[in-house]
Design a protein around this ligand. Sequence first.
Ligand code: C5P
Length: 227
Amino acid sequence: EKKIVIAVDGYSSCGKSTMAKDLAKEIGYIYIDSGAMYRAVTLYCLQNEIIENGVVDEVRLRSAMNQIHISFQMNNESGKPDTYLNGVNVEKEIRGMEVANHVSTIAAIGFVRQAMVEKQQEMGQQKGVVMDGRDIGTVVFPNAELKIFVTASPEVRAQRRYDEMMAKGEPAIFEDVLANVKKRDLIDTTRAESPLCRAEDALELDNSHLSIAEQKAWLLVQFNRVT
Ligand code: C5P
């Protein structure tokens, strides 16, 4: 059976990762969360004071790039891969508000993107991957056999992220989460380096009013159509 690359792109907190993860599990593919990689770089910057008061020291970051090693390891309890930064499990830290507030700034830096894209392409070389992000169908895998572009309203997305944080016991205020979602949308779609946009050959899925089960069914139809 031929293995393909599935690119899932879209706005933040639109449920891409849940969708991509479930699909990967169902079809026996590897799931790769490219956003987690940008988040891990951001965490490194915060830990090492490369970001201070929202300002990035790009000179220091450039020379630190080869000291930032990101990997994934399956967590058998959660059934999802955890993100490791230089051998340390940082899955929890990278999901907090502090990283969320700075990640789009880090992800807008050209040399950071170059390094991440290279690593992502390596991880997808063998195919059989579902990768979610912003530029997977446009830059990382322009030849992906299946490309999905996911959208949902900012309010729906903020509510989902808020619920997620509450469920994890992370303190959050809905208005702050909504502001963060909107701010990231703006930065992600207007940045010079690989702005978020739908690849011409991507299928659009607005999931504002779809259940997880409905999304999954739709995805499986698309997958079976191309394989
Ligand atoms: O997907 P997630 O919300 O975790 O991504 C965090 C941030 O990383 C996004 O807001 C975006 O700025 C950046 N990102 C990116 N390119 C990707 C994945 C994420 O620029 N492929």
